[in-house]
Design a protein around this ligand. Structure first.
Ligand code: ATP
Length: 234
């Protein structure tokens, strides 16, 4: 469904991503793990069109999206939940959700999806008229995920969804990712919390210094001694 092919991305002279290849099949959760600065966010931003490759290609359903703008990529069916959530402060929860659907014209469908979000994230219904900035971190993460889902994506990109959350929310967020996936959503998950990410992922790629160092099933990587030593606390 999504194929990242020999991708390199630079920030001026800094080579942040070097010759990275991976793929994501329909219905999978694939995770990219690695330390701070490994290049994970850069890859995600390039897939979502916020950055563009220095070389290599990104194919979505067989077509190159590497030169497309970010809004065009959303329209193609790829939505990103950004690092740090980036909910719109000064706007209500409802307005944030409506913005997630800004490319859609099907009013009835939008209403229906809004109801579906309230079922999945009941807290958002309780907070509907509240300024989104007043939500807790975990609630903001749920809002950011619901906002991305309101675009009806085919692929959801998640950038460090557990970052900065209380432990009780971390488990809940991973459970939600798993259940969204069970209902058919294809997910590319970037995480520093490697143990949790690998335990819900079908497959994973380990990044270091902008390169893929290892790949395998979530299960195999979780049980790999080198991965355990470097990323799972031994
Ligand atoms: P983190 O979890 O800390 O976000 P990451 O694996 O997502 O780490 P990136 O943010 O993709 O890593 O960073 C990859 C490399 O690119 C790092 O060396 C980083 O310092 C560098 N980098 C990231 N953003 C920029 C930027 N805007 N300008 C210059 N260098 C950058």
């Amino acid at each position: 469904m999504l194929k990242v092919d020999h991708l390199s991305v630079n920030y001026g002279a800094i080579k942040a991503v070097r010759d990275v290849s991976f793929d994501l099949k329909k219905g999978e959760i694939v995770t990219l793990i690695g330390a701070n600065g490994a290049g994970k966010s850069t890859i995600l931003k390039t897939v979502s069109g916020l950055l563009h490759p220095a070389s290599g290609d990104i194919l979505f359903e067989g077509r190159s999206i590497a030169k497309m703008s970010a809004p065009k990529i959303v329209a193609e069916g790829i939505s990103q939940v950004p690092e740090g959530r980036r909910i719109f402060a000064g706007m209500t929860v409802k307005e944030n959700l409506q913005l997630g659907a800004y490319l859609r014209k099907d009013k009835d469908g939008i209403e229906k999806d809004m109801e579906a979000m309230f079922k999945r994230f009941p807290i958002l219904k309780e907070r509907l008229k509240q300024d989104a900035a007043t939500l807790s971190g975990g609630e903001q993460q749920m809002l950011a995920m619901a906002r991305a889902l309101m675009a009806r994506p085919k692929v959801l990109l998640l950038d460090e969804p557990s970052m900065g959350l209380a432990p009780i929310y971390i488990q809940e967020i991973f459970d939600i990712v798993k259940s969204i996936n069970k209902e058919g959503m294809t997910v590319l998950l970037i995480e520093q919390n490697a143990r949790q990410a690998l335990s819900i992922a079908d497959r994973g790629y380990v990044l270091a210094s902008g390169e893929v160092k290892m790949s395998g099933t979530g299960h195999d990587l979780l049980n790999d001694p080198a991965v355990q030593k470097a990323y799972l606390g031994g």
